[in-house]
Design a protein around this ligand. Structure first.
Ligand code: DVN
Length: 265
């Protein structure tokens, strides 16, 4: 008879312990799973705040609405329209710098020589440079792992973003425009690259007056300005735009970093 209350107490204690365990497990799992999207959003907002004059929360909301809750292979360039509208920027005539296969060198150059501005130096590209992100059907979160790769599907979250941002950047091109290409590869100009397929076709005369190609060359080997791919570039460049090509070694480019705007090539 005296054992019954003990048994009851034992059951209550067990239930409380199990309930506490479930709550703690839930909290731990919840915090762990929430960590990823929070980090991405924080990175985005922190990067955005380095640029003056933007409402970064508004920019974030416009950005995430493009892909959140969607199949990461079904995000179109148009889905990023609200972000592009919110991230409007003043065109930097004569200072816009395009590039292909020279990502690290060109960004090291523009960091030292702010006369020139790449897409990634603007809020438009700066918030997402080097990042991977996607959504999932039925989820309101941003994921940074398990996203489809660049060539897994045409309309993937990241690729559509860069296609749209590159188009918007090129639409704003004006005056003398520069593109830094890589002389260490067989075809410095590729008509299927973002520069060749999305950006250059948007340069129109008379808004764009001149296209300066800066071809980064090795001292003794690789492509030079007579390269066949650069002939193709000239053939596809819109009529009325003047073309020039300057061969430069990395050492010459370094010296150029301290020169006044427009005096490099
Ligand atoms: O003018 C620049 C700039 O405005 C940018 O938005 O587009 C132009 C550069 O694009 P591009 O001409 O295609 O040059 P790349 O060097 O061939 O590719 C540029 C970047 O796009 C790569 O560095 C990749 O980005 P990541 O992975 O380093 O963050 C990405 N990319 C392009 N093609 C890719 C690819 N990533 C994976 N697979 C591919 N096939």
């Amino acid at each position: 008879m005296a054992r019954r209350p003990d048994r009851k107490r034992c059951i209550i204690v067990t239930v409380v312990v199990v309930a506490l365990f479930i709550i703690v497990l839930g909290l731990v799992l919840g915090l762990t799973l929430r960590k990823e999207p929070e980090q991405f959003e924080t990175t985005f907002i922190n990067r955005c705040e380095k640029f003056k004059g933007y409402d970064c929360n508004k920019l974030w909301t416009a950005f995430e609405q493009a892909y959140v809750g969607q199949d990461p292979c079904k995000v179109t360039v148009e889905d990023y329209d609200p972000f592009i509208a919110a991230a409007s920027f003043k065109p930097a005539c004569n200072r816009m710098m395009f590039w292909s296969k020279t990502k690290d060198i060109v960004h090291a150059f523009t960091a030292k020589n702010p006369c020139f501005v790449t897409l990634e130096d603007t809020v438009l590209g700066g918030v997402a440079d080097g990042l991977t992100w996607c959504g999932k059907e039925g989820s309101s979160e941003t994921f940074t792992t398990g996203c489809p790769g660049w060539s897994d599907c045409e309309n993937n979250t990241v690729r559509s973003f860069w296609n749209k941002a590159s188009a918007a950047f090129a639409d704003a091109a004006c005056g003398n425009v520069t593109a830094m290409l890589n002389g260490a590869v067989d075809t410095p100009f590729s008509s299927t690259s973002i520069f060749g397929s999305i950006e250059m076709p948007r340069f129109t005369s008379p808004t764009v007056k001149r296209l300066n190609i800066v071809l980064l060359t090795q001292t003794n080997s690789g492509a030079n300005c007579t390269n066949a791919s650069l002939k193709e570039l000239q053939n596809t460049l819109a009529k009325g735009i003047t073309y020039s090509c300057s061969e430069m070694t990395e050492a010459q480019l370094q010296q150029c970093s301290s020169k006044p705007c427009g005096n490099c090539w």
